[in-house]
Design a protein around this ligand. Sequence first.
Ligand SMILES: *[C@@H]1O[C@H](CO)[C@@H](O)[C@H](O)[C@H]1NC(C)=O
Ligand SMILES: *[C@@H]1O[C@H](CO)[C@@H](O)[C@H](O)[C@H]1NC(C)=O
Length: 324
Amino acid sequence: MEPRALLRLWLLCCCGCGCCGDNDNTGPGAAFIPSGPRSRERQTAAFRESLKRHHYLNSLFPGENYTAVYGVNQFSYLLPEEFKAIYLRSKPSKYPRYPVEAPKPTSSVPLPVKFDWRDKHVVTQVRNQHMCGGCWAFSVVGAVESAYARKGQPLEELSVQQVIDCSYNNYGCNGGTPSSAFTWLNKTQVKLVKDSEYPFKVQNGLCRYFSDSHPGYSIKDYSAFDFSGQEDEMAKALLNFGPLVVVVDAMSWQDYLGGIIQHHCSSGEANHAVLITGFDKTGSTPYWIVRNSWGSSWGVDGYAHVKMGGNICGIADSVSAVFV
Ligand SMILES: *[C@@H]1O[C@H](CO)[C@@H](O)[C@H](O)[C@H]1NC(C)=O
Ligand SMILES: *[C@@H]1O[C@H](CO)[C@@H](O)[C@H](O)[C@H]1NC(C)=O
């Protein structure tokens, strides 16, 4: 298939799920989510289509350094539109452009060529959202966990389920946006409890409340900016503010096995929230280190590498940081 035809296919499929424009991909209607067990024929057809897609994606840029590799993984039995309907349930928010004239706290310190918050032991393990469209909650909770660990608190898994159940301005496992979740956290000053106290159950539930004296972790503030065209500034923000929540176009991530994602995804189609923990500029292709919530068997131990510069996958379009 021609690259353009493939792109058109993706666009079609995206609009088919009703996620284009501002009218919510995140509403309760989840047209493509298979309700019962999927037929063997459908799975086989999806798998065959996946193999063709992998072959095509891998053939495009054979000479490129560190090019991304696509192949069979846990999502290969899903049709792209099914994958999107289940896993890609977030959307970007329009944020103000990052003000270049703002005082730059690190301007005196040169940017390191490689940095990863995981090396500082402030990032929790990769988690698995399973068939819950709660990527937005996983990314936001991940940022709060890291923010507390950076302040010297023990690194602790906090409750994603609490955010899924209680963030009333989102749709739980049917989707949501990091910005609404941060607004909710900041406004209500709700304290996130430990994950073990309010464990993830892969579905929406009633919000459980805890007494005021119950220990938990609230936020003081958050910031949200559009860093497109300013990814070096974004790297400084990562150093200063900790891991960053971003919303990306992750359509081609269905097939990702490793390497640096440099193509096949665009800005303006964002549908998936993730957490950037670092970057690596030591090689000929600098990249962001991006924590996903599809388990540690996906991608590079649960992470994706996305080329820095050029706003690949819209990675710099809606970027937020949290303060505790
Ligand atoms: C690939 O890597 C080599 C060696 O580092 C470098 O000289 C070359 O410019 C790179 N090519 C691209 C397309 O980045
Ligand atoms: C977060 O809440 C604080 C305190 O109410 C407020 O001053 C601040 O503007 C809020 N932040 C955002 C980004 O809305």
